[in-house]
Design a protein around this ligand. Structure first.
Ligand code: FE2
Length: 345
């Protein structure tokens, strides 16, 4: 009797373990696993809506873009990932070059996403846009003093510019875009001039740059547009004050355009749920999801049928760099090297 009970116990344990394994199996038709470097709570809300509407459960693994790319590459055919979501076109291009994504043919994606915001081989699709703009304190800077990114290297800006570190992906892509447009030599001279104008050693995130301008550490900062939106509607009173006080400036309007980058997604080469993965990206490009990106995270929608948040609309329209976004990936390594060589910490 004792042995029979023990046997029953073991059988129950084995059964529940295997049931449990099937339950969390990321290769199941009812599940998709997303590797993402986007760090916004609003994404989870959006993924929850997708789960409710489709019954497909979304597992998320968050990490830094380069680590996720390496992970996918190392996992090869055994990867649990079905989708890679990255907040940078340069890194999406790098993922394509590492052969960890697959080409996707979808009329829905082609209809929802303008051609210049998706990969030429349909291996990744842009989902949201952000501009990397200047933010200044109107008490210390007159708008007429501002013009281009390049002009921030001028002597008149000595000790007045604040930025975050050169290891940051947003800055690397900005510099990569300038290499694509102006060439490596001209960009290196620009960075040397810019670094000599830094008000302090680079530190903090994008929001901290705006706060440093607010405090008077510097007069002008470079940051992504959605951070001004997030601060304007923040639960923190000081952040709301920062967003209300500082002004947004779109650089290079008379020259080469403001730097715009995208967040985007691609289907993992070795996904076991290609159908679910495509459905997920299609959902993110839909009017419904695009409205959520615009209203909850203050990003510019990629789908032309959806309007930007009213705060962003208030800043007006602007000219963007006329650049194939894969160029950001082509030049990102050079960008990181010359930023480092020029003393941008
Ligand atoms: Fe960000």
């Amino acid at each position: 009797m004792k042995h029979l009970l023990m046997l029953l116990g073991i059988l129950t344990l084995v059964f529940s373990l295997s049931a449990c394994t099937f339950g969390v199996d990321s290769d199941s038709e009812e599940n998709i696993t997303v590797y993402t470097d986007r760090h916004y709570d609003t994404d989870r809300d959006l993924y929850d809506t997708f789960e409710e509407e489709t019954g497909i459960k979304v597992n998320i693994l968050s990490d830094d873009a380069d680590r996720l790319i390496n992970k996918l590459e190392n996992e090869g055919e055994d990867t649990p990932a079905d989708i890679l979501v990255l907040a940078d076109a340069g890194r999406l291009h790098r993922a394509k070059e590492r052969d960890i994504l697959q080409s996707v043919q979808s009329d829905t994606l082609n209809a929802n996403i303008p051609e210049n915001y998706r990969d030429v081989d349909s291996e990744w699709f842009g989902l949201t846009r952000r501009a990397r703009v200047m933010v200044y304190h109107p008490d210390r800077v007159d708008e007429s003093e501002l013009s281009t990114y390049e002009a921030l290297a001028g002597d008149e800006w000595e000790g007045r510019v604040v930025t975050r570190s050169s290891t940051n992906i947003y800055n690397q892509s900005l510099i990569a875009s300038l290499i694509a447009i102006n060439g490596e030599d001209e960009t290196k001279s620009f960075i040397e001039g810019l670094v000599s104008n830094f008000a302090r050693k680079p530190s903090g995130n994008d929001r901290d740059q705006a706060k440093a301008v607010m405090k008077g550490t510097g007069d002008v900062a470079i940051l992504n547009t959605y951070y001004m939106g997030r601060m304007a509607y923040s639960s923190d009173e000081y952040e709301r004050d920062v967003a209300e006080t500082l002004e947004v400036y779109f650089p290079n309007q008379e020259t080469t355009g403001t730097h715009v980058n995208v967040s985007g997604a691609g289907v993992a080469k070795h996904t076991d749920n290609q159908e679910g993965a495509v459905r997920f990206i299609e959902f993110l490009s839909s009017t419904q999801a695009q409205e959520s990106y615009a209203s909850a995270n203050y990003e510019y929608p990629i789908n032309p049928d959806v309007s930007a948040h009213e705060l962003l609309q208030g800043w007006g329209t602007f000219t963007t760099q006329d650049l194939d976004l894969s160029e950001l990936g082509v030049h990102s390594e050079t960008a990181a090297i010359i930023m480092d060589e020029s003393g941008w910490e």
